[in-house]
Write a protein that binds this ligand. Structure first.
Ligand code: F6P
Length: 306
């Protein structure tokens, strides 16, 4: 997100706009927690994870009174438009706010989950996937040396985008995602077949899959075939760290495009990248329509995990 903030601020200034940052997300908007941003304010942040502006999940912004206060704060200091960085929740709030108060809002898709319709990639996703793979490669060494089965749970909310890419790239023996039914008998059959050739396994489990996470799945397999296991929940390690080049470039492009979309009259709009091109979609579509997972990747992962 820092790379996007840097791009928004510097492109906005070059286009002759006044740029103001809001600390702590919608909570800061309600409180009027603003900061004037200059080109140097965003120096030395492109390589840092997180956000220099901090963030929050504001309960008050979910109420009409909270949103009224936020609109009053913006008008008080003469702000005409808002660029919001976030995922599902941020965009839902942004869309209501824009419609209720006639304030132009452009959303920059920023979530590790990659679960927003209207963009092939969200900012943070590539870094999260690479962080997971980096750590799973290390776990693989123990799995291999001790001939163990590891169930590794990755984030992704209700979707399996992270799990599928992580599973494919780390050579997982099985990937359990919400978009595909996890059949216990398939997993048992896989372990059975492997007994002669292979004794270590990496099973990637999306946090949102229907078996209830890595621990549940591991216990169900053990109850059926007695197979010992270890569980690793990667957790928030996936949400931090220095961003990959791909994320920095995506964030820089989307940030600049968000400014130009505001100038071009965007109202409640999300900027995204589709098939390599910068595109806009109505903000409401980003969270009401669903993005489909690539079925060919699921088939490939089934083929490769022998
Ligand atoms: O939406 C991003 C995400 O990291 C999800 O993958 C995860 O389910 C959730 O946020 C974790 O949220 P929190 O930091 O509030 O526990």
């Amino acid at each position: 997100m820092n790379a996007a903030i840097r791009s928004i601020v510097r492109v906005g200034l070059q286009r002759g706009l006044r740029m103001v940052g809001v600390h702590h997300g919608y909570s800061g908007l309600i409180a009027g927690d603003f900061i004037e941003l200059r080109a140097f304010s965003v120096s030395n942040i492109i390589q840092r994870g997180g956000t220099m502006l901090k963030t929050d999940r504001s309960k008050e912004f979910r109420t009409p009174e909270g949103r009224q206060r936020a609109a009053d704060q913006m008008r008080r200091i003469g702000l005409d438009a808002l660029i919001v960085l976030g995922g599902n929740g941020t965009f839902q709030g942004g869309h209501i706010f824009s419609t209720e108060h006639n304030i132009p809002i452009v959303g920059v898709p920023s979530t590790i989950d990659n679960d927003l319709y209207g963009t092939d990639w969200t900012i943070g996703y590539d870094t999260a996937v690479n962080t997971a793979i980096y750590n799973i490669d290390k776990i693989r060494d123990t799995a291999d040396a001790l001939e163990r089965t590891f169930y590794i749970e990755v984030m992704g909310r209700a979707t399996g985008f992270i799990a599928l890419d992580v599973g494919l790239a780390s050579g997982a023996e099985y990937i359990s995602i919400p978009e595909k039914e996890t059949k216990l008998e398939v997993l048992l059959e896989l372990f059975n077949r492997q007994r002669v050739t292979k004794r270590s396994n990496i099973i990637i489990v999306a946090e949102g899959e229907d078996e209830g996470g890595a621990m549940n799945l591991a216990q169900r397999v053990k109850a059926a075939n007695g197979m010992d296991y270890r569980v690793t929940i990667l957790g928030h390690i996936q949400r931090g760290g220095s961003p990959t080049a791909r994320d920095r470039i995506l964030a820089s492009r989307l940030g600049a495009f968000a400014v130009d979309t505001i100038i071009a009259g965007g109202r409640s709009t999300m900027v995204g990248e589709m098939n390599g091109h910068l595109e806009t979609v109505p903000l409401i579509d980003s969270f009401t329509k669903s993005k489909t997972i690539d079925g060919a990747l699921i088939e490939l992962s089934d083929l490769l995990s022998m």
